[in-house]
Design a protein around this ligand. Structure first.
Ligand code: NAD
Ligand code: TYD
Length: 339
């Protein structure tokens, strides 16, 4: 089996590359990534030594480039992780989110139609469902929850989901979609909550908590997400959506305090800053369908996952320090200077 993995130099895509190379010793992975600020070749250094792995530095919006790769590689399956993924950036500059997340997905599906494919899998997000109120812990997102987006990021991901479904209905393209909750683990870019707080705490820098820190996210260890996608590729039904989440809801402020405690840093580093515009209150996934139909259950408890993640950032300071010292810093200044 040959799988095209787009966005494989990013957080979840790279974890998926390593997961699949390890789990399926006969599979070949063709990675396509244009290396935006979020893509990092040092993340793929080990994969580059593997003869079953090949990398193309190509933008998924580049139709000729993508078609040429399909022509050469003849993939069986495409898993599309490539995206602009940070909500705060989408509030600042929505356009590139629409280009990559919607039009890039279209280019990939057009290539799938032309060259033939056993499955096109779209990696989507629970953010397409909007948010849930904080005072209704009985409510969860199911696959039937209406799409109702809050940010340019989630709107672009929801648009792509609709387009994927349209290609299934109109052209019979064999597609599937997964909508996962917040991931954490190795190789996550230090602009997202958990790695940002770890990096800042280690540097004794302020820990910027939006609003009162009461917003709730449903955290899943990245390997459990990779395992769920693997199961969907092999046993999931065409045209179906699968929610992925492990019933692990936590308030932001509790995560930040936990990181302070684990790193033995003072909570005085916590700085409450202006809230995110349109900030979703609570995400919570009902994963009944993927559990019932594919037997998926998360394997990593949050207590273990956060321990492993913090240990990984402590052991890989070179990885994130080079990021923090680069273009990322300019963005950081822009985002937090007047907050
Ligand atoms: P990320 O930002 O860490 O990585 C994205 C990768 O895509 C980068 O390597 C980047 O270089 C690449 N990329 C961006 N634009 C591209 C383009 N036009 N052409 C080719 N490559 C391009 O993102 P992530 O957190 O790993 O998320 C991966 C996918 O999972 C996204 O589709 C995201 O919407 C989805 N998702 C993420 C989470 C989460 O918690 N991080 C949760 C649910 C779903
Ligand atoms: P983030 O990691 O950006 O993921 P998402 O917005 O896709 O859920 O943010 C997770 C939560 O943490 C979200 O409620 C916003 C909050 N947050 C902060 O409070 N401070 C920060 O510096 C960041 C990046 C996020």
């Amino acid at each position: 089996m040959k799988i095209i993995v787009t966005g494989g130099a990013g957080f979840i895509g790279s974890n998926f590359v390593y997961y699949m190379l390890d789990k399926h010793p006969d599979y070949r992975i063709v990675c396509i990534d244009c290396l935006t600020y979020a893509g990092n070749m040092s993340t793929l250094a080990k994969a580059m030594e593997n003869p079953r792995f090949v990398f193309y530095k190509t933008n998924i919006c580049d139709r000729a480039g993508i078609f040429a790769i399909f022509e050469k590689e003849h993939p069986d399956v495409v898993v599309n992780f490539a995206a602009e993924s940070h909500v705060d950036r989408s509030i600042e500059t929505p356009e590139v989110f629409l280009q990559t997340n919607i039009l890039g997905t279209q280019v990939l599906m057009d290539a799938c139609r032309k060259y033939g494919i056993a499955r096109f899998h779209q990696v989507s997000t629970d953010e397409v469902y909007g948010d849930l109120p904080l005072d209704r812990p009985d409510l969860f997102f199911t696959e039937r929850t209406p799409i109702c987006t809050s940010s340019p990021y989630s709107a672009s991901k929801a648009s792509a989901d609709l387009l994927v479904h349209a290609y299934y209905r109109t052209y019979g393209l064999p597609v599937s979609i997964s909508r996962c909750s917040n991931n954490y683990g190795p190789y996550q870019f230090p602009e997202k909550l958990i790695p940002l707080m770890i990096a800042n705490a280690l540097g004794e820098k302020p820990l910027p908590v939006y609003g009162k820190g009461e917003n709730v996210r449903d955290w899943l260890y990245v390997e459990d997400h990779c395992n769920a996608i693997d199961l969907i590729l092999h046993g999931g039904c065409e045209g179906e959506v699968y929610n992925i989440g492990g019933h692990n809801e936590m308030r932001n402020i509790d995560i930040v305090k936990l990181i302070c405690a684990k790193l033995d840093k003072s909570e005085e580093l916590i700085t409450y800053v202006t809230d995110r515009k349109g900030h979703d209150l609570r995400y919570a996934i009902d994963p009944t369908k993927i559990h019932r139909e594919l037997g998926w259950l998360p394997e990593t408890r949050f207590a273990d996952g956060i321990e492993k993640t913090i240990r990984w950032y402590l052991d890989h300071t070179d990885w994130w320090k080079t990021i923090v010292s680069g273009e990322y810093r300019d963005y950081y200044e822009r985002m937090y200077a007047n907050r």
